[in-house]
Design a protein around this ligand. Structure first.
Ligand SMILES: C[S@@+](CC[C@H](N)C(=O)[O-])C[C@H]1O[C@@H](n2cnc3c(N)ncnc32)[C@H](O)[C@@H]1O
Length: 296
């Protein structure tokens, strides 16, 4: 993670969502509102505008898609379907009583922005590295809803507990849903465990935690290629925490959490992509929803 530059991978995810939302075969997966919010973010920075130009240029765009195919087949559509799974879980959590949603390492994801407009009585908080958070603030400076709070914090320096203590909108008694999408794999295993512990300490209310995880690059259960590993190292965002989907329940038990659901590439394909049978499915990341065990 570079200190002064907004996250390269956060831009890549956003670019993948826009590509999927503009592609003739896949555009039905991205709502007009989401696409517009994504374009707003990309249009507000030099790097974002560069990413848009890449998508508009047929030669560069085809080259990028070929590169993705070699690094991570099906990844652009996967970014969208993992967000669809997370959105369903967050909405179900709100329907059952969550009053605030906290996105840890929110990057350029637009779900908090979209929900904060639709649900003005709820609180939505995003935590991200200052360089990325500032870039996003500039995009939403004109029309950020009052219940959306973007908090810049370097979580490698400040603990999650201290970071949330700095956010006055965070209610330590409210039932909460926490999101950590495409982030835990970049943390050291001890920091991952700290996140699980912190979520049960920061609020006395009910907690739902939704996160994504990846198997090791060498796992037979991923179709990410060795080229990706080299690519992430080059970007300064290598993977540190990897886990098999089959081991997630066991891992959660060690953190005193219970598994609610785990959704991998095949399940996402079945649920959201059935009309796109020929689209390659990304198998290198799955979405997990879990709940802390009740204290005795
Ligand atoms: C792959 S991006 C994912 C972004 C977003 N969650 C999504 O899925 O669209 C990883 C995010 O983690 C954030 N991040 C990485 N290290 C961080 C740190 N030390 N403190 C705060 N945020 C960090 C990056 O800024 C980036 O936004």
């Amino acid at each position: 993670m570079h200190d002064s530059k907004a996250s390269h991978t956060a831009y890549t995810v956003l670019q993948g969502v826009v590509h999927t939302g503009r592609n003739r075969r896949t555009k039905s997966l991205v709502s007009a509102g989401k696409l517009s919010a994504c374009l707003n973010i990309l249009n507000s920075s030099d790097e974002g505008r560069k990413r848009l130009r890449q998508l508009r240029n047929p030669v560069v765009s085809t080259g990028l898609m070929m590169l993705q195919r070699f690094l991570l087949p099906g990844i652009a559509v996967h970014y969208v379907t993992r967000k669809m799974v997370i959105e369903d879980i967050v909405k179900a959590s709100i329907a059952t009583g969550a009053r605030q949603v906290v996105n840890i390492g929110a990057g350029f994801d637009t779900l908090m922005y979209e929900l904060s407009r639709d649900l003005p009585d709820l609180t939505f908080i995003e935590l991200d590295h200052p360089a990325t958070a500032e870039q996003k603030r500039q995009a939403f400076v004109v029309d950020a809803p009052g219940n959306l709070h973007l908090h810049p914090v370097d979580l490698s320096v400040t603990s999650l507990i201290d970071a949330l203590a700095q956010v006055s909108a965070f209610d330590a008694n409210a039932s909460s849903c926490f999101i950590c999408e495409g982030v835990l794999m970049y943390l050291d295993p001890t920091d991952v465990e700290r996140v699980f512990a912190a979520l049960t300490q920061v609020t006395s209310g009910e907690v739902k935690f939704v996160f994504t995880a990846t198997p090791d690059m060498h796992s037979p259960n991923t179709n990410a290629t060795w080229l990706l590993k080299r690519h992430l190292h080059r970007l300064g965002e290598p993977l540190h925490w990897c886990i098999e989907k089959s081991k997630i329940k066991e891992f959660l038990a060690t953190q005193s959490y219970a598994l609610d659901q785990v959704t991998g590439g095949h399940e996402m394909q079945k649920k959201y992509l059935s009309p796109l049978t020929k689209a390659p499915v990304h198998l290198g990341e799955f979405v997990v929803a879990c709940t802390p065990n009740k204290q005795e």
